[in-house]
Design a protein around this ligand. Structure first.
Ligand code: NAD
Ligand code: ZN
Length: 344
């Protein structure tokens, strides 16, 4: 049975939020974009609430913003039977969930994710937290939301690059767990995908994986496919003017590099590698990585939480639709995988 309480909504009405009426108070957390584009779709359906607005962006996923949220809850006299509704992307969800989980030792919170990434990934599985200096998600807790409401219509106002970024997690879910769905998804460009079908499908994959291993002792690590090589690129390019990538754009590169490693170490077929790289390149294009970037990527990889000694831990495919974890790989092979990507 699933540990996540996810409800998929094709339309919204007052009954969607009926269970929020039982709380003593309700706060809805938004940023300026979700306040403009998403809040108007739900505001009249919600019970009486306060609105807490934070400034959008990963750079604001910080303790300072949490202090603002905790202060607003305190000013409004929220007690332990109050609740929070996070209406936004992964930044609002991770941070709003963290604030709710720690306010007065924890009050209930609902997630209403508004980006593709947060609908298929961040809102499911209970990882909550904030960044600490340059360290992403360094401070946080595991806590499953009391409800996750998925309303795909929110995606209509999402900027196209954010949609494409979130789609990388859809691709990842197919590659690690569902060859049949990969065959359907990889036949169509992003603009022809039927989101109302692929979103619930993708959530089911994540839900199944995290339910089998909620605290990432083993199996949950397969969700890291593409993320070890990809995170190094994301972190490194973050500070380089004009080269910054969105999360999914970096993970797309990481998935090709790690699919290459999978052919070398875990039995992915050459033909499968070709299929994966062709589709990913057709959606994301090619990211320029230079020879001189490699030493920096090495430095970022060494900081990764998943290391043991000099070898780096990867989750690699043994075929399309099946993934292994705890594959310890040396830098020389990782470098070869980046060079493979560069040669495409
Ligand atoms: N908890 C987890 O398991 C998990 C998993 C993956 C990612 N994350 C976290 O998620 C975050 C990234 O989430 P994200 O990609 O959703 O980014 P985000 O929350 O920054 O949202 C992206 C942008 O889109 C805007 N936006 C959101 N919904 C919109 C809508 N419907 N219409 C118009 N604009 C909209 C936001 O204001 C923001 O500017 C990162 O902090 C990452 O660490 C967490
Ligand atoms: Zn990701």
């Amino acid at each position: 049975m699933s540990i996540n309480k996810v409800s998929f909504l094709s339309e919204l009405d007052a009954s969607t939020f009926k269970n929020l009426q039982g709380y003593t108070s309700l706060a809805v957390i938004v940023d300026e974009n979700t306040k403009r584009d998403c809040y108007p779709l739900v505001s009249s359906l919600l019970p009486e609430h306060i609105l807490i607005e934070v400034v959008s962006g990963e750079e604001n996923k910080t303790l300072d913003t949490c202090q603002h949220i905790w202060q607003e809850l305190t000013n409004a006299g929220f007690d332990r039977k109050a609740a929070v509704l996070d209406l936004g992307g992964g930044v609002i969800g991770d941070m709003g969930g963290f604030c709710a989980s720690t306010y007065k030792r924890g009050i209930d919170f609902w997630q209403m994710p508004t980006t593709l990434l947060s609908q298929v990934d961040a809102s499911v599985g209970g990882k909550l937290g904030i960044d600490f200096g340059k360290l992403k998600n360094h401070i946080g807790v595991f806590n499953i939301p009391d409800m996750v409401l998925i309303y795909p219509e929110f995606i209509n106002t999402l900027p196209p690059n954010e949609l494409r970024s979130g789609f990388a997690e859809v691709i990842k879910h197919c590659l690690i767990a569902d060859a049949k769905h990969w065959n359907t998804v990889s036949k169509k460009p992003l603009k022809e995908q039927d989101l109302a079908t692929i979103i619930p499908h993708s959530i089911n994959i994540k839900d199944g994986v995290v339910t089998s291993d909620p605290t990432e002792k083993g199996m949950r690590k397969i969700l890291n496919f593409g993320h070890t090589a990809g995170h190094a690129i994301e972190s490194y390019l973050l500070d380089i003017p004009g080269r910054k990538l969105l999360h999914g754009e970096a993970i797309a590169v990481g998935m090709i590099a790690e699919a290459y490693l999978s052919t070398k170490f875990t039995g992915l077929k050459e033909s499968e590698l070709k299929e994966i790289q062709e589709y990913i390149l057709s959606v994301y294009g090619k990211v320029e990585i230079k020879e001189s970037d490699l030493e920096h990527l090495y430095a970022y990889l060494l900081q990764d939480k998943k290391n043991t000694g000099k070898k780096l831990s990867f989750s690699l495919l043994s075929g399309i639709g099946t993934c292994t974890y705890d594959q310890f790989i040396e830098w020389s092979d990782i470098e070869e995988a980046y060079k493979y990507y560069m040669s495409l």
